[in-house]
Design a protein around this ligand. Structure first.
Ligand code: GLY
Length: 389
């Protein structure tokens, strides 16, 4: 359901949509000049990127968002072209990690929902099986590969769970959903602190399931609050609520969201870590875009006063980013410019990252009335007024 927005907000959204319609064909043209899927930019073009990189579902997903918003066939063509490129990663499944959800639900899962494509169904189902194989029976999904981290899980994985919910609905087999719920239960217990801030990484003993450590990850320090992790958590728990109806997931999402919103600085652009020192003033527009999109979905699930607060925070971030961080010029194919890979990665400070652009587009188009939730693409309209499993 569309939120009630002031006429001035609607006109701003339409204006941003028009700007997207000018910029995105240019971004597509640039993508067609390179043999990889867009991630970041360099020298006015898309920088080289590996086919197994975890963000590679976001470009085709951005294309589907634009296709739905405009009806322009060029976007569909680009979505399908890059979805097929991803087959090379699926063929080398041993190098994939838990991000199979990010990679195939919003690319192949979305195309399957829109076009009933059997090939896309097969890709998303193989990805779901891959993700399910990473489940540790102690109740968590293993994040990465490597000898020392067999027991590591990360908050980001909350956004990979929707692929498992999707696979259960598609097959009628509850195992996928049960693994997702077990992981969400563990994350609720071990990642989310009482004040709504989150650990990025929790290290479990892979044999006993005991928590052994909470390493720093991409934020400022162990015990700090990496803003993108907060954003993954707030949107991810919202999506688990929508697909299970379990109230504790909604309450967890609300708690994380309240923490995130209360820590927003005056300028409306999230810091890289909500507990970082005042200087340097490191920002992360990816956290802002993910949180803005998640808060829109969450606001539809909460009572009026809270919903208004979440929606207001979402719009505040979107407007601030649009005003000060989006590059609308046709001299570089990316939109958002101040994204940060990790606090302690100087080479990744204030760069472009394709998933920030994806979530920015998702948020703008959701507010303009785009109803399909890409994170549950087979549910016509997930949420208070839509379908529930
Ligand atoms: N999921 C990895 C990141 O947010 O950087």
């Amino acid at each position: 359901m569309l939120p009630t927005l002031a006429p001035e907000t609607r006109s701003w959204l339409d204006d941003v949509h028009k700007k997207l319609c000018r910029k995105m064909p240019y971004a597509v043209e640039k993508a067609r000049q390179v043999p990889w899927i867009p991630y970041s930019t360099r020298d006015g073009g898309w920088a080289p990127n590996a086919i197994d990189w975890w963000t590679n579902g976001f470009w085709p997903a951005a294309m589907w968002q634009m296709a739905l918003a405009t009806g322009d066939a060029r976007y569909r063509e680009e979505a399908v072209r890059t979805e097929i490129m991803l087959d090379d990663a699926l063929a080398h499944f041993d190098i994939l990690n838990h991000d199979a959800g990010f990679m195939w639900l919003i690319s192949s899962g979305v195309r399957h929902a829109l076009e009933d494509s059997a090939e896309s169904y097969g890709r998303a189902m193989r990805a779901a099986q891959h993700l399910a194989c990473r489940f540790n029976p102690n109740g968590f999904i293993r994040a990465w590969n490597g000898a020392h981290n067999a027991g590591w899980a990360i908050i980001d994985c909350m956004m990979n769970l929707p692929l498992l919910y999707w696979a259960s609905r598609q097959t009628g087999d509850p195992r996928f959903r049960l693994m997702a719920e077990r992981h969400a239960d563990t994350a609720m217990r071990t990642f989310v602190r009482p004040d709504g801030s989150c650990h990025h990484i929790v290290a479990f003993d892979p044999v006993t399931g005991d928590v052994t450590d909470t390493p720093c990850g991409q934020g400022f320090a162990p015990g700090s609050s990496w803003s993108r992790g907060q954003a993954w958590g707030l949107y991810g728990f919202t999506l688990s609520w929508l697909q299970t109806g379990r109230r504790e997931y909604l309450d967890t999402a609300r708690r994380i969201a309240a923490c995130f919103v209360s820590q927003l600085t005056e300028d409306g652009i999230p810091r890289c870590d909500l507990r970082q020192p005042a200087e340097p003033d490191l920002k992360d527009c990816a956290a802002g875009a993910i949180a803005a999109a998640g808060l829109i979905v969450l606001s539809r699930e909460t009572e009026e006063r809270e919903a208004a607060m979440f929606l207001e925070a979402s719009l505040r971030m979107l407007r601030a980013m649009e005003r000060t961080c989006v590059n609308w010029a046709l001299d570089d194919p990316a939109l958002l410019t101040r994204c940060t890979t990790a606090y302690h990665d100087p080479g990744g400070h204030h760069i472009a990252m394709v998933y920030a652009d994806y979530f920015f587009i998702e948020a703008i188009e959701a507010l303009r009335g785009q109803e399909m939730l890409f994170w549950a693409p087979d549910l016509r309209s997930a949420g208070k007024d839509g379908e529930r499993p």
